[in-house]
Design a protein around this ligand. Structure first.
Ligand code: NAD
Length: 250
């Protein structure tokens, strides 16, 4: 029997990053995947991180490599991620991996978009032919999700901070995916009756409680389905990473 191994690179002591890394370690333990953490001081040099990734690329016992973001500002994030070998890029963040995703031939799928699509499929929510509105155009959620939904046959609109009349777009959507990072950003007047709401946001409310971007209480009677925070897209993202690990070559 062969046990796959995930190597995670973390720089500095950002508490949120630490919590995410701990979660990944637990998920690996639950799935029988070995976990290796390489933890650098916040002042680490670019060349040291890249050299470590090259060594992990050469290490046949390591199947997946990811760099926990954000990185300190003195580091070139994309250059570091691009150092990861294509067939070990389980976050699907390197430029080459995104190119393959664009052509609908990815080895790995980016975790949050992939988790969202799996969730829609699990609940038998149709995607093909549906009007999907994504709010947010980040490189890790909005843009790759738009590509993946197009590949599933959806008609996709990507809205962002410069969108004129956001409500016009969201009220015409069958599925609204909100990835803005502001509590209670999406309210009932912004969706049509029976729309599906996918809440990607991870925020803290006034009581420092974890919450999403959607005003859940306000939306739950108007939406036909809505994801909670916590316990929704975040869990799917974690599951998608484990799925990618099981799809590595070993
Ligand atoms: P981001 O933080 O990089 O950018 C926010 C996006 O929101 C931008 O594209 C911006 O144009 C858009 N935006 C801001 N104000 C807007 C407005 N008034 N109207 C319309 N659009 C507006 O995006 P991100 O990295 O995708 O993160 C978004 C949220 O999702 C954050 O809360 C983040 O923590 C969360 N997140 C969750 C997961 C998960 O697994 N659940 C994964 C990644 C990110």
């Amino acid at each position: 029997m062969y046990t796959p191994k995930l190597a995670v690179i973390m720089v500095g002591d950002n508490p949120a990053s630490q919590a995410y890394v701990n979660g990944k370690k637990r998920d690996c333990e639950d799935c029988g995947i070995e976990f290796k953490l390489i933890h650098f001081d916040k002042n680490v040099k670019q060349i040291t991180v890249e050299k470590t990734i090259r060594e992990l690329n050469e290490d046949d016992s390591v199947n997946g490599i990811l760099v926990q973001l954000p990185l300190p500002k003195h580091l070139n994030k994309q250059a570091i991620i691009n150092t990861i070998d294509f067939d070990k890029d389980v976050d699907c963040f390197k430029e080459l991996s995104l190119g393959y995703l664009f052509l609908n031939r990815p080895i790995f799928k980016p975790c949050t978009p992939s988790g969202i699509i799996e969730l829609l499929k699990f609940y038998n929510i149709p995607i093909a032919g549906q009007n999907c509105v994504i709010i947010g155009r980040s490189d890790i959620v909005g843009k790759p999700l738009a590509l993946m939904l197009i590949n599933e046959g959806a008609t996709v609109t990507v809205c962002h901070s410069q969108t004129k009349d956001l409500k016009y777009h969201t009220t015409h959507a069958d599925i609204v995916i909100c990835a803005v990072g502001q509590p209670k950003f999406l309210t009932a007047d912004m969706i049509k009756e029976g729309a599906v709401v996918i809440d990607v946001g991870i925020n803290r409310d006034e009581q420092d409680k974890l919450c999403g971007d959607a005003d859940f209480e306000n939306l739950k009677n108007k939406a036909s389905a809505i994801t909670p925070v916590p316990g929704g897209v975040g869990l799917m993202t974690r599951a998608a990473l484990m799925q990618n690990m099981l799809n590595t070559t070993w």
